[in-house]
Design a protein around this ligand. Structure first.
Ligand SMILES: [Mn+2]
Length: 356
């Protein structure tokens, strides 16, 4: 495995002494070990420690190779001892720890300067943005399962089934076909509920003439994928077809144009223009996409206010939508990997209008 801890020390400013990694996704990124919300990682210039309680100590000792694993007794006094031992006077902390934890650090680490600006969090975020081969392989596997699940569920959906039942079938399929988890709780909405971009699946029974929007993804060894498909049941009205084809055109335009080196804002605008030109500009309220990895929503974003430039190796979603309140909505989403030549769509699921 790539030593991500060594990469962190190299990426920090020259006066870097030590960093405390406490947030869950960052700890996972550095250790490649899922210990839930437990454990503390202390990164020094040329050494790292992982202080972890007895629930995870056996697996940590077996799996973690890039940090010395220490059984947790009182994590903060252990950190204090280690800082003293290594003569560390300045400690970078993530800027999204809780105020409560920050207060405890101040109390337990007297004489240590806590650096709580954004420098550590931003440095870690920048490392996490660019996926390495191993991360990419996990996301490809997650997408393969996500695609398979789409084919499976399209063969199962019938009028009269409830949203929550289909949802459960999808989640069961993914968990029994290689997913180590779900990227997020599956969104499955039907009929008028499809105008809610992140509606919750409920007891509504599917009927002829519904759109069904499925926004979901598998997780494989810590890495998420994200896909949305909207399918129809029985038949569509001309208005439904028009909206569907508009969203599809916008999605394809963005997928065809996006490449590393472009402004994220410009990529958003490509899809947004298609939707605006078709007269649905006011019905596409969210950004075009987001980065994805250990977390389902990471930086950067494709949005009208984005400041970043797309970079090679970023995993992004491209997910335009049009939502007509009280009527229906359509969203089509793929996860893509940014390259200098363009963007490669990770999945293979059909995007043309499917009428089941
Ligand atoms: Mn998404």
């Amino acid at each position: 495995m790539v030593n991500r801890i060594a990469k962190l020390a190299d990426a920090m400013p020259a006066d870097f002494e030590a960093a405390l990694i406490k947030t869950e996704p960052n700890r996972f990124y550095f250790l490649d070990l899922d210990a839930g919300d437990a454990g503390t990682v202390l990164v020094l210039k040329d050494k790292a420690y992982f202080i972890i309680d007895s629930r995870y100590i056996e697996i940590a000792r077996r799996e973690v190779q890039t940090a010395e694993v220490i059984l947790e007794k009182n994590a903060l006094s252990q950190v204090a001892e280690l800082l003293k031992k290594h003569n560390v006077k300045r400690l970078n902390v993530e800027n999204d720890i809780t105020l409560k934890y920050f207060g405890e650090l101040k109390k337990e680490l007297p004489g240590v300067e806590l650096i709580s600006d954004a420098s550590l969090s931003q440095t870690v975020a920048a490392l996490r943005e660019i996926k390495d081969e191993d991360e990419l392989a996990r996301m490809r596997e997650a997408q393969r399962i996500t695609d398979e699940c789409f084919t499976y569920i399209c063969g199962q959906i019938r009028p009269g089934m409830r949203e929550i039942d289909i949802c459960l079938m999808m989640e069961t399929y993914m968990r029994t076909h290689g997913a180590t988890g779900l990227a997020f709780p599956t969104i499955l909405v039907s009929g008028p509920n499809t105008s809610l971009p992140h509606g919750e699946p409920g007891e509504r029974e599917l009927c002829d003439g519904d759109f069904i929007t499925m926004d979901y993804g598998a997780k494989v060894r810590g890495y998420c994928t994200d896909m949305t498909r909207t399918v129809a049941l029985g038949h569509v009205t001309p208005e439904m077809e028009e909206v569907y084809n508009t969203v599809l055109k916008a999605q394809l335009a963005a997928c065809n144009a996006a490449k590393a080196g472009m402004d994220c804002k410009a990529i958003d605008e490509i899809a947004r223009k298609v939707i605006r030109d078709a007269g649905f500009g006011d019905n596409f309220g969210h950004g075009l996409g987001h980065s994805v990895g250990i977390e389902i929503h990471e930086e950067p974003r494709f949005s009208p206010t984005a400041k970043a430039t797309a970079q090679k190796g970023q995993m992004m979603t491209i997910e335009p939508g049009v939502y007509l309140p009280g009527k229906f909505g359509v969203r089509i989403e793929d996860t893509v990997v940014m390259t200098e030549a363009g963007c490669e769509i990770l999945g293979k699921s059909n995007k043309n209008l499917i009428i089941l």
